[in-house]
Design a binder for this molecule. Sequence first.
Ligand code: SF4
Length: 414
Amino acid sequence: MTAPVVKGYCPGALRPMMSGDGLVVRVRPFNGRLRRAQADGIATLAAAHGNGLIDLSSRGNLQIRGVREDSLAALITGLGAMSLVDADAEIESRRNVLVTPFWQTGEETEGFAAALTEALAQPDAPRVPGKFGFAVDTGRAPVLQTASADIRLERDAGGGLILVADGFDKGKPVASGTVVAEAMALARWFVEMRGDHSRMAALLAGVLRCPAGSSYRVSVRITCRDPAIPRWGRWSALPLDNWRSRHWQVLPSRGLRMTPWRMLLVESARKLPKVRGVITDPDDPLLRVVACTGAPRCAQGLAKTRSVARSLAPHVPPGSLLHMSGCAKGCAHARPAPLTVTATRDGFDLIRQGRACDAPEATSSLPKTLSRRSECPTATSPMARRFTASPLPRSGRRRRWRVSRPRKRSSRCA
Ligand code: SF4
């Protein structure tokens, strides 16, 4: 199999990336929030200069898709007029700051995120790799623990601030006045020590231990219905993230909060209007599948992803997740998922508890087979035992699947 092309950087507004449907221009809303006027402005710009599609990324960013090269300058000017562009491409690339969507004006979280953003824009900021990121997760309960980040700011069980290097289950206690300086020091340490590694967890894996005096992280699993989540907004999502500019314009809000779950939190909304296709129920099965852009919009896509994911969604039990990837790169979900289906040149790989690039436990050439064989394992699901016993179809369907054993680390993983 041909390995996917690793471009070594994430697209930005100032450094867009060419894809199958034109340029991808990624906008990183400051503090993970768009004011109403900014949201309206983005919708207008996406329709005028792109193909009208707006993706939400797994890091809480927006991607304006299908931008024409001759329209790029006007688009950037428009984004700049709304204060949505950094001073230069290098600063933009460093500013990977994911913020809990539940911060309130005046709370510490807002200040930490703003101060971290400012520190990353300084000339002496550590030159972290493009995929390296920070999570400011200092609300009442952490909600970003499964989202991609390398340096995390959280609270311990007593409510004290801790700075966590991703991969550790403990963090260093820090004072609110020094938290940003400590985060920068940890980032500098990473840059000095990283060698070939681009992510913190990979550097730390099996090598170092937490410093003495570290506090344990609070480990929680928050769902959209959790009472711990403030009720000052409403969730809004589109099946498999097919946001179009017109959808943004009908959401009634003072502002929109970005999340890494491909959902928007619509501020101050008590009720959302019924808009065809927009999901407002956090229990909708379509929210249990994630899919990348896939073919033909992504030039590397080896199959259409979203139609396959849509057909598999009803088979995914609550609390589980299915990741449908157009190639082994796994852009939509960089971490292991309970079940991953990766498109290949020959069909589809079925991977359990792994990433899109991991070695498959079975392969199939027929997308139709997937919809019959898509049970995701969960600890409590009655399907778990069946799936754990064998990830393969039973009897009559076996001929459609080829067993890949023994399972090895795949060379497709970087
Ligand atoms: S994972 Fe999906 S979006 Fe990423 S390169 Fe492959 S096909 Fe494209």
